[in-house]
Design a protein around this ligand. Sequence first.
Ligand SMILES: [Zn+2]
Length: 356
Amino acid sequence: MESSHRTPFHPPERSASLQSLIRHKLPELVELERLLAEFNSQITHRVLGNVTYQEHSLPIYAIDLGTHDANKPRLLICGGVHGVERIGTHVVLALCRVWFRRMQWEKSLLECFRQISVTFIPIVNPVGMLLGRRSNGNGVDLMRNAPIDAEDAPFMVSGQRISSWLPWYRGKNNEFELENKLIENEVQRLTQETPLLLSLDCHSGYGVSDRIWFPYAYRRRPMNDIAPVVALKLLWESSYPNHRYVFEPQSNNYLTHGDIWDYFYKKYGRNRALFLPLTLEMGSWNWVRKRPLQLLKFEGLFNPLVPHRQQRTLRRHLPLMDFLRHAVNSFENWVPNPDEKRSLTQMAHSLWYKDI
Ligand SMILES: [Zn+2]
């Protein structure tokens, strides 16, 4: 049952053993609940649902801020879908702290939040994060779990139904995991009435570059309405010319089954909202390249383990997040009209789809 609070925040009653487990294995939840307590008067939080680990229950929180006017544009920011990629959650929590603190003094930020709403889901997969693994408590890779099949995908890494003991397990046929159902409820709700929903799902990825991915993961052909994505890419690159994200469809890298953003885009992309689902893939090889000893720790493959590198990562993506907030607020100034769409669609083909 979903609940919503603006009364003083108290963490749920927990046994001493669960408290100790969370403190040692899931400090991100401690930080999240600390934010809820500290900034209680400025934000609203909801428990979207609870997932279980052994006899314990762990909440999946959403934090809302901004206008309640459903006709205004919206931003959704998620992290921690893959439990081992903790840095995604760290980036989201760091952003929460920055914006919540700035809301206490910065008029222009408050003005912005009168025009848009933002929903954060910082820890989508708390059991996976507690266990330090990619999959959820059922051994399912949440990013391979949606009922959508890739057209020509590599074996295993694209998702498999052989066993939950192997990586990239898609789950049983047609069983959508609870964590994904909870995100789906949010996407369904957030794409109603509003003119625009822009989402950003924060992961750590392979390679040295930071990448911004957009659908599709399941096929090489472009999204039905690719023009707004090109417009957003051009807006970002002209406004922040010294930032070096690779902006591309996931299919430029590899195809996968069951990508939830593919699935949500196909299912809700025709709602009233223009829906632009983006994924941030932070290049993790940078951290490994500069500190090969990281490879001795499994989580070192996916996260910066040295404090100054962690800090650098946390501040590095703030301009992107602020840009997305401004882009959502000023969407009328860049979402293309039908005439502009033709040339932007041509540009998309020459940028990303020349080979098909
Ligand atoms: Zn990931």
